[in-house]
Design a protein around this ligand. Structure first.
Ligand code: SAH
Ligand code: SF4
Length: 346
């Protein structure tokens, strides 16, 4: 049985055939506007509630639940019905509440520094599984209202394109989230960026760049061999032309690898030519890639270096470091596959 979040309103109406018409509105409102679990939609009769809750048990089972930043960051590992695990992170800020969702169990892209990449690909998530992560987090965030969704958990969202777009559309149309508040982060699947540009939705695009010369990027991000920096640049130009939206680059600073003055000189013109914002984060070391993140001093110097070179750059708040919030790490620890290693404080 698919997730109830996969249903359109017409499909829900079919499911509720025989019930008064206003029941459809009540269930729909409870599900999407209120973000309620089916069993908690008290505007409908108890028997119907129970029937629906039984029919749609949901596909996520909490396997781990941790928090940090005095409760402002929460992270769950969910076990899916087939036993594979994914992770979801909820981050509360002064001005917004953001959930970071997974789009795949594992990832086939094999980025060397990434725990998810090191563990390999298990399977694509369904749109229902993506949406259930969002709605679960929305309930946990209450009474604050979830405002932003970022596809920065496990997996490459543009390698699971149909599902990602379906989830994005549902969140925009049914939940009423602004497209600008929906961020798709990609390692740089150039044709899929161009396809997404034609969807007619002003989404926010984040590209995980990490290196601005092909030799280094080939090593960090194997997909670069297929879509090298020049091709990625074209895709970014097309994105901006079609959507009128700027984009940002993610850059995980790795000691001695991409935090050098040479890296600054390579990144600055690339980012400037696209008027892209650069988000810097110190690498969170992973067991399969024993290189350190840059020191906090070097992170600041690198940011200043970019700003001096005319690039808009900020250091991203490393939320949840103490709970292994970097991509894929907590799921691995929960599975006992890999041991967490201490990180140096930012
Ligand atoms: N596959 C997509 C989205 C998921 S990864 C992508 O790569 O963009 C989300 C972000 O976490 C990416 O920017 C990725 O490069 C970054 N990341 C992965 N492992 C990391 C680590 N060990 N330290 C810091 N950032 C990491
Ligand atoms: Fe996949 Fe993103 Fe990790 Fe690369 S960084 S392996 S694309 S999840």
């Amino acid at each position: 049985m698919p997730s109830v979040y996969e249903y359109t309103k017409d499909q829900l109406a079919e499911l509720l055939a025989g019930e008064p018409r206003y029941r459809v509105d009540q269930v729909w409102h409870g599900l999407w506007s209120e973000g309620q679990a089916l069993g908690d939609i008290t505007t409908i009769p108890k028997t119907l509630r129970a029937r629906l809750a039984k029919q749609f048990p949901g596909g996520l089972e909490v396997a781990n639940d941790v928090q940090s930043d005095h409760g402002a960051t929460r992270k769950w590992v969910f076990r899916l019905t087939d036993g594979s695990t994914i992770e979801t992170v909820l981050m509360g800020y002064d001005d917004r509440v953001t959930v970071c969702v997974s789009s795949q169990a594992g990832c086939a892209m094999g980025c060397t520094f990434c725990a998810t990449g090191q563990a390999g690909f298990t399977r694509h998530l369904t749109a229902g599984e993506v949406l259930e992560q969002v709605m679960f987090a929305a309930r946990a965030a209450a009474p604050r209202r979830l405002s932003n969704v970022v596809f920065m958990g496990m997996g490459e969202p543009l390698a699971n394109y149909i599902v990602t777009m379906k989830a994005v559309r549902r969140l925009h149309e049914y939940r009423g989230l602004s497209a600008r508040h929906l961020t798709v982060s990609t390692v740089g699947v150039a044709p899929a960026i161009e396809r997404m540009a034609r969807e007619g939705l002003p989404l926010t695009l984040a590209v995980s760049l990490h290196a601005a010369n092909n030799e280094t990027r080939d090593e960090l991000v194997p997909l670069n061999r297929r879509f090298p920096l020049e091709r990625l640049h074209d895709a970014c130009v097309n994105w901006m032309a079609a959507t009128g939206r700027r984009l940002s680059f993610e850059w995980a600073l790795i000691d001695g690898v991409n935090d050098t003055d040479r890296a600054l000189d390579e990144l600055a013109p690339y980012a400037r030519s696209l008027r892209a914002h650069v988000n810097l984060i110190p690498l969170n070391p992973t067991p399969g890639y024993l290189v350190l993140g840059s020191s906090s001093q070097r992170v600041r110097e690198f940011r200043d270096g970019l700003v001096e070179r005319g690039v808009n750059a900020t250091v991203r708040n490393t939320r949840g470091r103490s709970i292994d919030a970097a991509c894929g790490q907590l799921a691995n620890v929960t599975n006992g596959r890999r041991r967490s290693i201490p990180v140096r404080s930012a």
